[in-house]
Design a protein around this ligand. Structure first.
Ligand SMILES: *Cc1c(COP(=O)(O)O)cnc(C)c1O
Length: 357
């Protein structure tokens, strides 16, 4: 018999393939602005590195330790190599953390709204979710997180910047929050979009780990690095937790193919900088546009913006007919748009302006 927690679970809704969607909608062109992918592609160094590899050793198991990628990241982030745990996408790390840490009946605190996979994985382990509404500016409300902590609390998720609101909390705020959290509670800061922030020189919670043993920081190659298809993400953890996670991790969860791609992408920081600079400039234009139109939105530090209109379903349908897919279903009459290439942003804005007029 299936676990009770799973019987009632709503599965994560993955994206349709572009081809399937184009066929269904009878479209010749479709731009996906619904999944927060990198609209500017992938570093050309990735294809170069993969073709050099030439598939020698495809019959052999990969390096379970991801040694090359591990050393590249540890050295650049200035963390110890054994502080890193790699996953088949950050998705796998989310599952691994819940699987390792959460017992049935534990409380897990998340923002509402936030990335749905935190709850999905916690519920699979039999946890009770404690949803704490974001504040009126869409910002994760850490003071209310503190008030929600009980002896049953096991895990707290902070998505920063938060998906889908795009809002950011500073390292100083996270540090102050950490002081209110018992050492037995693990706080996970998901920094999937941290590269896109422009408000602080050092926006990451990483440097707080020296001070707080119960802090975990997550990163992915799927967004700023443009490698969503390759499935690679990682956690930066304390040595003790690293050891425990390694007991649960599947031994060959990433391929050599993935390791080569991620290492090449990581070494091309100029591609990341270019992406981030363009996204920041386009984000500014987007926010100006929404302000001018009188459309409500949350101030974003990510590569997407969450905004509210009177008829989100109608607008999404109109955009789709014109070849643009946005993300709906994350809030009543809210839509999330991934910041795309300048010409696409302009085109989408024109369609929105005509629709809300
Ligand atoms: C996209 C995303 C992830 C998952 O990333 P993958 O590495 O592609 O699995 C994790 N957390 C947040 C907040 C995301 O938006």
């Amino acid at each position: 018999m299936v676990k009770k927690a799973i019987a009632d679970l709503k599965p994560y809704t993955p994206e349709d393939t572009l081809d399937a969607l184009k066929q269904r909608e009878g479209l010749s062109k479709l731009v996906r602005l619904s999944a927060n992918e990198n609209a500017f592609g992938t570093s050309p160094r990735v294809a170069e590195a993969l073709s050099k590899w030439g598939f020698t050793g495809a019959n052999r198991y990969p390096d379970s330790n991801m040694t090359t990628l591990r050393e590249a990241i540890a050295s650049r982030l200035n963390v110890s190599a054994d502080a890193l745990v790699f996953g088949n996408g950050l998705d796998e790390i989310l599952a691994l953390l819940s699987r390792t840490l959460v017992e049935p009946g534990d409380d897990v605190i998340v923002a509402e709204p936030t990335f749905s996979e935190y709850a999905l994985n916690a519920v699979v382990e039999g946890a009770t979710m404690v949803d704490v509404s974001v504040d009126s500016d869409g910002v994760t409300d850490l003071a209310s997180f503190t008030n929600a902590i009980t002896p049953k609390t096991r895990m707290i998720w902070i998505c920063n910047p938060n998906n889908p609101t795009g809002t950011f909390v500073s390292k100083a705020e996270i540090a102050a929050f950490m002081k209110t959290v018992p050492a037995s509670v693990t706080v996970i800061v998901d920094e999937a979009y941290i590269d896109f922030t422009t408000v602080e020189d050092d926006p990451s919670a990483l440097s707080l780990m020296a001070q707080f043993d119960n802090l975990v920081v997550l990163r992915t190659f799927s967004k700023a690095y443009g490698l969503a298809n390759f499935r690679v993400g990682f956690a930066i953890v304390s040595p003790t937790l690293g050891n425990q996670l390694e007991r649960v991790r599947l031994p060959y969860n990433l391929s050599t193919f993935t390791e080569i791609a991620a290492t090449a992408a990581f070494q091309d920081q100029s591609f990341v900088t270019k992406t981030v600079t363009t996204v920041a400039a386009e984000r500014k234009k987007w926010q100006q546009f929404l302000t001018d139109q009188g459309i409500a939105f949350y101030p974003s530090q990510a590569n997407f913006i969450f905004f509210k209109v009177a008829d989100a379903d109608g607008l999404a349908a109109t955009l789709l007919k014109n070849g643009y897919l946005l993300r709906s279903g994350l809030g009543d009459n809210w839509l999330r748009v991934t910041i795309g290439q300048p010409a696409d942003n302009q085109a989408v804005q024109e369609i929105i302006a005509a629709f809300v007029k």
